[in-house]
Design a protein around this ligand. Structure first.
Ligand code: ADP
Ligand code: ADP
Length: 223
């Protein structure tokens, strides 16, 4: 369970990107829906401990993530919106390298991890190809593979379907749904259909405030 309590974020120029956000996010797929500029990325970066809220608290299980960001990072998988480093190294080598950075020191354990992930995201056949040559869908699936290194308990995915064609989008969302059976997955998006089909619960964010929270079908019924 991820719990945000009265989280406010004010940027140095005075923009109030998050305004008193209180949310409880259970295990499973959770949709964070909102238009551009709503504050979704600010919320995602705050939960990912990449920036510190101006005020409020964020807890993951028994971890106060603002006081102990390093404890959260061990359990976090993050696919940022601008995940855009597509180097000339192969998918296999890049994942292996990222596994080193995540602290998987044993070469044998890394081999097992990297092979399992490449199969899970359906990139085994292209593991020796440079990521620079991947399609949008392949890049996002690679992005999920890197987010899954080390079996995170909290996975944050920011606007992942932008630029994907319908088939790639479905493939990607189905992959997320499989992953979301066991952990907390927060899917941030401005596309209603991304959350409507997949997420048992969701919140609507606009102008930094939570406007609605609940099960998508209930929210649609209220609207
Ligand atoms: P979303 O991800 O929903 O598009 P963001 O969190 O990126 O929303 O932005 C929320 C608001 O904060 C917007 O008004 C945006 O212009 C502003 N904003 C985002 N980043 C910064 C920043 N570094 N400095 C100032 N304002 C920012
Ligand atoms: P190469 O293309 O370099 O000959 P292989 O495909 O024969 O490599 O396999 C290299 C290693 O990857 C071997 O240890 C093999 O067991 C393992 N491997 C092959 N296919 C898969 C797969 N689909 N999933 C996981 N591991 C695999």
């Amino acid at each position: 369970m991820l719990e945000l309590n009265a989280v406010t974020h004010i940027y140095p120029n005075g923009t109030r990107a998050l305004d008193d956000v209180t949310l409880s996010i259970p295990k499973g797929m959770y949709g964070l829906l909102g238009p551009n500029g709503a504050g979704k990325s600010t919320l995602m970066r705050s939960v990912a401990t990449l920036q510190t809220p101006t005020s409020g608290t964020i807890r993951f299980g028994d971890i106060d993530i603002i006081a102990n960001p390093e404890k959260l990072r061990e359990r976090l998988g993050y696919l940022p919106q601008d995940f855009g480093v597509y180097p000339r190294v192969s998918a296999y080598d890049m994942l292996d390298h990222m596994a080193v950075l995540k602290g998987i020191a044993s070469a044998r354990e890394r081999k097992e991890t990297v092979e399992t992930l490449l199969n899970q995201v359906n990139l085994w056949a292209v593991r020796k190809k440079a990521i620079a040559g991947f399609s949008g869908g392949m890049r996002q699936r690679f992005g999920i593979a890197q987010a899954l290194i080390g079996n995170p308990e909290l996975i944050i995915v920011d606007e992942p379907t932008a630029g994907l064609d319908p088939e790639e989008r479905n493939r990607f969302l189905n992959l997320l749904a499989e992953i979301g059976e066991n952990v907390v997955v927060i899917l941030s998006t401005h596309i209603v259909d991304d959350v409507a089909d997949l997420c048992p619960r969701m919140a609507v964010l606009a102008a930094g405030k939570i406007q609605l929270e609940g099960a998508p079908l209930d929210l649609i019924a209220q609207a």
